[in-house]
Design a protein around this ligand. Structure first.
Ligand code: ADP
Ligand code: MG
Length: 240
């Protein structure tokens, strides 16, 4: 579903992603961890072509991010993204936020979009709050609306960039639970998070990055129970 082929990304002469080989299969949940500035967000942003790669290639469901504008549009449609900051439209209700993308991208009629949005809000446990504005929702609820909004265009894969980092600990769980459900249903996911419990329970892969490189890539429980490097071991002490 996602294939990095010697992919590189630089900003000016600062190489942020060293030549990277990585593939994520359909239905896999790849959890990405690593120190701040190691290139985790950039990696995700390259997948849905929010950043343009400088070298190698990167295929999403067989389509290259270096392809035509139509190819790039198709990739963006197939890859839903959820950010640390929920980025909901403050002047739209939860329902309108979820409907927005599917009307614009999927060309749904208003009633089709509303039906899909209501189903998705139910799925994330917020059907009763559908007419609330973001300011009337908790951070955890806003993030669940953001997930529903990303799902409304029926993506083939989901990219999560520290989706719970802006939330109080007691609200993180409700967002993680929604993500766990998605994973159980077979959604392909790349998740940047420092929630090690999620990595262990839900991740099919754990990827440790440092200085723009994939340092370790393996089965989460195995990596966590016997860290293969001193650096990884020290990193884990800080996040756990
Ligand atoms: P992480 O998500 O692991 O914290 P990022 O991918 O955000 O790391 O950043 C990796 C490196 O790329 C950092 O050194 C950051 O300063 C740099 N960087 C990210 N985005 C930009 C940008 N738009 N312009 C210049 N440098 C950037
Ligand atoms: Mg980041």
């Amino acid at each position: 579903m996602i294939e990095f082929r010697q992919t590189t990304k630089s900003f000016g002469d600062h190489v942020v992603l060293q030549p990277t080989e990585l593939s994520v299969k359909s239905g896999e949940v790849a959890v990405i961890i690593g120190p701040s500035g190691s290139g985790k967000s950039t990696m995700l942003r390259c997948v849905n072509a929010l950043e343009k790669i400088n070298g190698g290639d990167l295929l999403v469901n067989g389509i290259s991010v270096l392809g035509s504008p139509a190819d790039v549009r198709q990739i963006r449609r197939q890859a839903g993204m959820v950010f640390q900051q929920f980025n909901l439209f403050p002047n739209l209700t939860a329902l309108q936020n979820v409907m927005f993308g599917s009307i614009r991208v999927k060309k749904y009629s208003k009633s089709e979009a509303q039906e899909v949005a209501e189903t998705l809000l139910g799925k994330v446990g917020l059907f009763e709050r559908k007419n609330h504005y973001p300011s009337q929702l908790s951070g955890g609820q806003q993030q669940r609306v953001a997930i529903a909004r990303a799902l409304a265009v029926q993506p083939r894969l989901m990219l999560f960039d520290e989706p719970t980092s802006a939330l109080d600990p007691e609200l993180r769980q409700e967002v993680m639970k929604v993500m766990q459900t998605l994973a159980t249903e077979g959604m392909t996911m790349m998740v940047v998070t420092h929630e090690m419990h999620f990595a262990r329970q839900v991740g099919s892969r754990l990827i440790f990055m440092e200085d723009g490189r994939v340092i370790h890539d393996g089965e989460p429980a195995a990596l966590l129970s016997s860290p293969p490097s001193e650096r990884f071991h020290n990193f884990l002490r800080h996040v756990q």
